[in-house]
Write a protein that binds this ligand. Structure first.
Ligand SMILES: *[C@@H]1O[C@H](CO)[C@@H](O)[C@H](O)[C@H]1NC(C)=O
Ligand SMILES: *[C@@H]1O[C@H](CO)[C@@H](O)[C@H](O)[C@H]1NC(C)=O
Ligand SMILES: *[C@@H]1O[C@H](CO)[C@@H](O)[C@H](O)[C@H]1NC(C)=O
Ligand SMILES: *[C@@H]1O[C@H](CO)[C@@H](O)[C@H](O)[C@H]1NC(C)=O
Length: 193
């Protein structure tokens, strides 16, 4: 049997769709990748991070309580992210390259509390996205200090928030990440260039 547009089932589906809550509303039309990348392109400084495990807030152990970070997205589809903790207890005064008398324990601290990676930036097709809301992939990553991240594709939700502040409109980027095993992170960035 064929359904005409006026069958009861169709009418029910239309009614249900209209009754769905309006927040958060995903965009209905997919924007081109080029427009999305152009809208997001820039250099961002990290404002804060928060972590959850199975939706329960947990301390952000890797990044500490006052991390510093830079995120760079280009309109041509490349990204770079670097984040480190800033607590002196997590940041022994090591120099590069490592010295024969450095302790592995000091380097382990630095390794556990910093992340740096870069690679392609791609627009995800798994959700409908536009210039302000959607999903991205960082990857396949070309370089990462964490060995298993090389070649990985990291899924990131983005939303752009603009706020009128003293000195003009400030552009914020909210990045949501699934880290596997029920771990999720939310990172807020402010556009600096
Ligand atoms: C993107 O979609 C969201 C959700 O529908 C909407 O609020 C926002 O205005 C859209 N942004 C643009 C630039 O069209
Ligand atoms: C992070 O910064 C953003 C932008 O200022 C703010 O809206 C948000 O509430 C902050 N979140 C936390 C957990 O501090
Ligand atoms: C390691 O050696 C350098 C140069 O010999 C010295 O300046 C530094 O204090 C030493 N570091 C430690 C932790 O002993
Ligand atoms: C990312 O967005 C998808 C689709 O809207 C949603 O299912 C998922 O829970 C979001 N993840 C995070 C970490 O925000």
């Amino acid at each position: 049997m064929r359904y005409s547009p006026t069958t009861p089932l169709t009418l029910l589906l239309i009614t249900l769709a209209a009754a769905l809550p309006s927040t958060p509303t995903p965009p209905t039309t997919q924007c081109t990748d080029a427009k999305i990348l152009k809208a997001l392109a820039g250099t961002y400084t990290l404002l804060n991070t928060s972590s959850t495990l199975n939706n329960t807030p947990i301390p952000d152990l890797p990044y500490g309580s006052n991390p510093v970070g830079l995120l760079i997205y280009t309109a041509t589809g490349w990204m770079s992210a670097t984040i480190t903790a800033t607590e002196p207890s997590l940041r022994p005064a090591l120099t590069f390259p490592f010295q024969p008398n450095d302790t592995d324990a000091d380097w382990a601290l630095v390794g556990k509390h910093s992340i740096g990676y870069a690679g392609p930036l791609r627009v995800s097709r798994d959700v409908v996205g536009n210039e302000t809301v959607g999903q991205l992939f960082h990857g396949p990553l070309v370089v990462a200090n964490v060995p298993t991240w090389v070649g990985a594709n990291q899924r990131r939700n983005y939303s752009v928030v603009e706020r009128e502040e003293e000195g003009g409109v400030v552009r914020y980027l909210r990045i949501g990440s699934e880290r596997g095993g029920g771990y999720r992170g939310v990172l807020w960035w402010r556009k600096v260039a």
